[in-house]
Design a protein around this ligand. Sequence first.
Ligand SMILES: [Mn+2]
Length: 334
Amino acid sequence: MDDSPAPLPGAAFYTVADQRFFPGLVALLNSLRLTGHTEPLIVVDIGLSPGQRELLADHVTLVEPPSPDMPAVFLAPYGPRQCPAEVAVLIDADIIVTRPLTEITQAAGQGRIAAFVDCLPNSNRFHPEWETTLGLGPLHRRPYLNAGFLAYPHTLTDRLLPPWTQGQQTIGIAHSRYGSATLDDPFYFADQDVLNAVLSARFETGELLVLDHRLAPHPPFPGLTLADRHRLTCRYGDGTEPFLLHHVLAKPWLKATRDTLYSTLMTRLLLEPDVALPLDPPSLPLRLREGRAAALDRRRADAVTFVHDHGRRQLGRFGIRTRLARWRSRQAAR
Ligand SMILES: [Mn+2]
């Protein structure tokens, strides 16, 4: 780490994207700007198109991945390696920010690592093999955190990034959901399992800011309503406002998914004139555009995915979840 550049002052955001993730990346960018975040967004470019790079040129900093054969899921720590900042916020390109993250970046600036608890049942995930396989030392069992969002201070870089990247190299992806693994495999979630192991072994409870899952929910975003489309504000019945929406599994811009708050806000974030980087409607699937034809297409997609989700519940009842997990691991990038 001695030859690494001096950190940028303040916070910076880091993500990874290829050509297929471009709409998600732009939604993330526009959501950050609309919620008042003017900090740099640094993108590990794993295959954006020349036209996409041109559109992004005035808005983000692109960095190249270390080697073309490094699996995409292992590249999250690479942005801050290349372009460090006093506070690094790693954020997936399938996330939109719905409220200023200032409380979190301030906590990170004061020396803590911040992340959100993963969804049930993953929130209780723990495997003793994390300790034996990775050789990190004894693990303190804590809530299982989602790696889609991670804020940490530069001062903790040397304790966090080397064991995380080394652990990723140790496990590879063959035995994860990107290979042939099933959910009960200790490294099914690959980079995310390694991150949880590193945090459990190498950090004290007081060094972590563990945030509730409902502050960074996943589809279908239960209990949440859109309070202010203009400002992106979402709210639960008790008045709580989440920081972000994380669209895990199938992405609405790649596949017909259920109509959710995320897809509603995505349309707003990509097409309305007040955003930092508006896109051309024809570059998006019809269901993500505005107007009547788009609304019809959304209803059709919603009906189809309802049948699919219903079928999924039936599969679960007959105890063949593992087959589904295998199927999903082939289908979905996080
Ligand atoms: Mn994600």
